[in-house]
Design a protein. Structure first.
Length: 142
């Protein structure tokens, strides 16, 4: 639904460098639920009901969700968890949302960072609890 030259330029850009290795899929959505561009060419021109995340993006919000529910068989077959990011595209002169970009990024590094933060947080909670316990024990056993 985009001009061939624009779609080709997007294909080249999205397939290169770090972006090409981390991006599982990319979609450009029109407000009526039609996919204007997708890295999965079978989806281009098809119309789908808007998800809650797409509705929020069309309202002007940037939405991100760690997703373990896959949109299609290719994503399911990859076995990877994806970070879905919905980014509204604004018209420069009016600020009106004209389309939404959906990035499905491989979330392996993100999940590892989340796990490390969780472990670090629990360690800190345990350390502070132990310090309080030692302090209270010192007061009680005096």
């Amino acid at each position: 639904m985009l001009e061939e030259s624009v779609a080709h330029a997007l294909d080249e850009t999205l397939g290169q460098g770090a972006l090409g290795t981390r991006l599982e899929s990319f979609k450009l959505w029109r407000r009526d639920g039609t996919i204007l561009y997708s890295t999965n060419k079978n989806l281009v021109g098809k119309r789908f009901p808007l998800s809650d995340n797409l509705r929020a993006a069309f309202a002007g919000d940037i939405v991100a969700e760690l997703d373990r529910h896959y949109d299609n068989q290719a994503e399911r077959d990859s076995g990877l968890h994806l970070l879905e990011i919905y980014n509204p595209m604004l018209q420069p002169w009016s600020g009106e949302v004209v389309a939404v970009l959906e990035f499905d990024e491989i979330a392996t590094d993100f999940e590892m960072d989340l796990r490390q933060a969780l472990v670090r947080t629990w360690f800190d909670v345990a350390a502070v609890t132990a310090l309080f316990f030692l302090g209270l024990s010192a007061i009680v056993f005096r």
